[in-house]
Write a protein that binds this ligand. Structure first.
Ligand SMILES: [Zn+2]
Length: 318
């Protein structure tokens, strides 16, 4: 859990991290959220600040209008009225949002998409999710499930996705998918120096544990090996870039944004991702205008800043 005290200018005054430890079950996670939020409000008051609102963002399906965490695969939320629980505990007006949409909101208003108006934020980590931000507001969808870009169909005969269907974008181009594909193709390869000098983002570089006899490296390491000219890595990286370009071309046809901001672990591959991806996207656009394609700049603070923006926004629109 990434938590912060943020002032009305979007400046982080204090930040904390706490383990989520989802294995304890959703009730315990909710209790930790409320306890941590209470602690932060207390810390603000002790520092002579006045907390005026609380923003909480969570993964999964989130009904922002009702303030309910509807469903989450990894935390186990099922219809948790988190907004009302938090406002009752802290006595502060509370907004509940979705983690990726909040991150996109922050990148669009305070970060890489600043001043460009129409922004698509795409987070590429263990999965792929997006937020479409127009005029400073992220579309939620009718059921709180907008932005599931990872589950658009890219290769009908492709690998099975976590959602159960074959060929979804995130089964082909997420950080986990890149690592998994490399492991499949490089089974026979043993490498004495896996990913030397490459660091991996905590939110997306690594994948599920290695299978028997497999070489398991992270997506960031695959990118580095591709840049160094390794054959298998080059092939895996090219396939991922092409799938991602297919997905972004579809998104651009739907949303016609000025700027696409890529965040999450995979986006840290830098020019090794952005150069071929820009070219591949350009190849796929016909009459559509090419968006700027830029890396996220707020890092893992984006979610906290987005939560703060949601908290402040609801004060203006009661
Ligand atoms: Zn899927």
């Amino acid at each position: 859990m990434k938590c912060a005290l943020v002032d009305t200018d979007g400046v982080v005054r204090h930040a904390e991290r706490h383990p989520t430890d989802t294995g304890r079950g959703p009730d315990a996670v909710v209790e930790t959220i409320l306890t941590v939020a209470e602690g932060l409000a207390g810390k603000a008051r002790a520092d002579g600040l006045t907390p005026i609102a609380l923003g909480i963002v969570v993964p999964g399906v989130v009904d922002e209008a009702r303030g309910v965490a509807v469903w989450s695969a990894n935390v186990g939320f099922r219809d948790v009225p988190l907004r009302d629980l938090a406002s009752a505990r802290l006595g502060l007006p509370t907004a509940l949002g979705h983690d990726v949409r909040a991150g996109g909101l922050a990148e669009a208003r305070l970060g890489a998409g600043r001043a460009t108006g129409h922004v698509l934020f795409v987070a590429i980590g263990t999965g792929i999710a997006a937020a479409h931000v127009v005029a400073g507001s992220a579309a939620t969808g009718a059921h709180g499930a907008a932005g599931e870009l990872g589950h658009i169909l890219i290769r009908p005969d492709g690998p099975v996705c976590g959602c159960g269907r074959s060929g979804c974008l995130e089964a082909l181009a997420s950080a986990s998918a890149v690592a998994r594909r490399y492991a499949e193709l490089a089974t026979a390869v043993t490498d004495a120096e896996p990913g030397a000098g490459v660091t991996t983002a905590p939110d997306g570089g690594s994948a599920a544990g290695p299978g028997p006899g497999r070489t398991m490296v992270t997506a960031a390491q695959v990118a580095a090996r591709a840049a160094a000219g390794e054959e298998v890595a080059t092939r895996v990286w090219r396939e991922a870039v092409e799938a991602l370009a297919d997905g972004l071309a579809t998104a651009q046809a739907l949303f016609d944004v000025a700027t696409i901001v890529l965040g999450g672990g995979l986006a840290q591959a830098g020019a090794g991702l952005f150069d071929p991806l820009r070219a591949a996207l350009r190849d796929r656009l016909t009459f559509h205008r090419e968006p700027q394609l830029v890396p996220a700049v707020l890092g893992d603070e984006a979610g906290c800043l987005g939560a703060a923006l949601l908290a402040l926004d609801q004060l203006e629109t009661p």
